[in-house]
Write a protein that binds this ligand. Structure first.
Ligand SMILES: NC(=O)c1ccc[n+]([C@@H]2O[C@H](COP(=O)([O-])OP(=O)(O)OC[C@H]3O[C@@H](n4cnc5c(N)ncnc54)[C@H](O)[C@@H]3O)[C@@H](O)[C@H]2O)c1
Ligand SMILES: [Zn+2]
Ligand SMILES: [Zn+2]
Length: 366
């Protein structure tokens, strides 16, 4: 099968790899129909996630069709149309019993991290019964790719941990797909204002269309002063960090109102300063979280009911053959005006251009 393989910082290649098969009774093998690229994959390419070793197939998001199941899988059968959760969970260990699937003692975020992932024609999913979700008849599978990771992440790590409340003020630093997922799902709770901060003018325009009441371009505006102006000097009640660099985590600490919450979502590859010299007296809460994907069934209902229009986040389409280009586009999101890029596993196209890719598949992404 074709798969996108990591070869150390900045290097990926589309390669021929063996099709995965059932290794344990609890596994399922899925034929991927659609997958996508996450900001976390870009962190991997920067070398921020050293557990990802050379030779790993990347990707932790996708939808597809079950092609085989191990003997212990009871919730899914061959032919079922499924969403793959970015978090693998056994459903039985002490963390799973607490609903903290991200820390499953035999799972967590492993796909495209420590086991081969979804940016391929097929993927093996351990603990399939608890790590896959049925796609209801009649729903557009493409939009559901966003349920693998970004919608539960924006909602759980940002909105739930940040305790967004009706009538309050939310500031979101980072207007990428994750920040936008927080923006969309924060609106379940009717906050009075949602202020989006980014350095990319296009993404801020998108945020305005998705319901941001105010936007701040911190490449030329002073975000701290503007948030003060917009909040009568108090700051925001919930501040969500959706970038993953020290500078933006620090910024959040200057945006939060006394009594407020900072909810970190970003994957950080470097240490960041904590300004306890001011914050010690401000009664604030700081949360961190790896997405648990426990809210996926609820979010699926909101999409089915058209309360959450996930498809708005999709800007580009590529075939799996062209996935190195999809990486190029996603990593130059500002100039390409990219949000989520959808990659389709179209086997027919794959075979036609196979010989071209064999010669030219090693690509550098900066
Ligand atoms: N905690 C989790 O479970 C989890 C899950 C998935 C993703 N993430 C992380 O969430 C973060 C966001 O993901 P994404 O897919 O939206 O990434 P992305 O790279 O597409 O978006 C990041 C956004 O931040 C903006 N930005 C960069 N530097 C900035 C700065 N100095 N000030 C303001 N804005 C700035 C960029 O312009 C971009 O719009 C990443 O760190 C990703 O790894 C965390
Ligand atoms: Zn992700
Ligand atoms: Zn578990």
């Amino acid at each position: 099968m074709k798969a996108l393989v990591y070869h150390g910082p900045g290097k990926i290649a589309l390669e021929e790899r063996p099709t995965p098969s059932i290794e344990k009774a609890t596994d399922a093998v899925i034929r991927i129909t659609k997958t996508t690229i996450c900001g976390t994959d870009l962190h991997i390419l920067k070398g921020d996630v050293p557990e990802v070793t050379e030779g790993r197939i990347l990707g932790h998001e996708g939808v597809g069709v079950v092609v085989s199941t191990g003997s212990a899988v009871t919730n899914f059968k061959k032919g079922d149309h499924v969403i793959i959760s970015c978090i693998t969970s056994c459903g039985k260990c002490r963390y799973c019993k607490q609903g903290m699937y991200s820390h499953c003692t035999d799972g967590g975020w492993i796909l495209g991290h420590v086991i081969d992932g979804t940016q391929a024609q097929y993927v093996r999913i351990p603990h399939a019964d608890n790590s896959l979700y049925h796609i209801p008849e009649g729903l557009d599978e493409e939009a559901l790719v966003l349920l693998s990771d970004i919608l539960p992440t924006g909602f759980e790590c940002g909105v739930l941990n940040g305790q967004v409340q009706p009538g309050e003020i939310v500031a979101i630093v980072g207007s990428g797909p994750i920040g936008l997922a927080s923006l969309l799902t924060a609106q379940f709770y009717s906050p009075a204002k949602i202020i989006m901060i980014d350095i990319d003018a296009n993404r801020l325009d998108v945020a305005s269309k998705f319901g941001a009441t105010d936007t701040i371009n911190s490449s030329y505006e002073n975000a701290v002063e503007r948030v003060k102006e917009l909040t009568e000097g108090f700051g925001a009640n919930t501040v969500i960090e959706a970038v993953g660099v020290p500078q933006t985590f620090e910024l959040c600490q200057f945006l939060v109102a006394p009594g407020g919450r900072i909810a970190n979502i970003g994957v950080h590859g470097a240490k960041a300063d904590l300004h306890l010299e001011t914050l010690w007296a401000h009664n604030i809460t700081i949360t961190t979280r790896l997405v648990d994907t426990v809210t996926t069934p609820m979010l699926l209902k909101t999409i089915a009911a058209k309360k959450l229009k996930a498809e708005q986040l999709i800007t580009h389409h590529f075939s799996l053959n062209n996935i190195p280009n999809a990486y190029n586009t996603f990593s130059k999101a500002a100039e390409q005006r990219a949000l989520k890029v959808i990659i389709t596993n179209d086997e027919k196209i794959t075979h036609e251009v196979e010989h071209v890719n064999r010669k030219t598949s090693l690509v550098g992404v900066d």
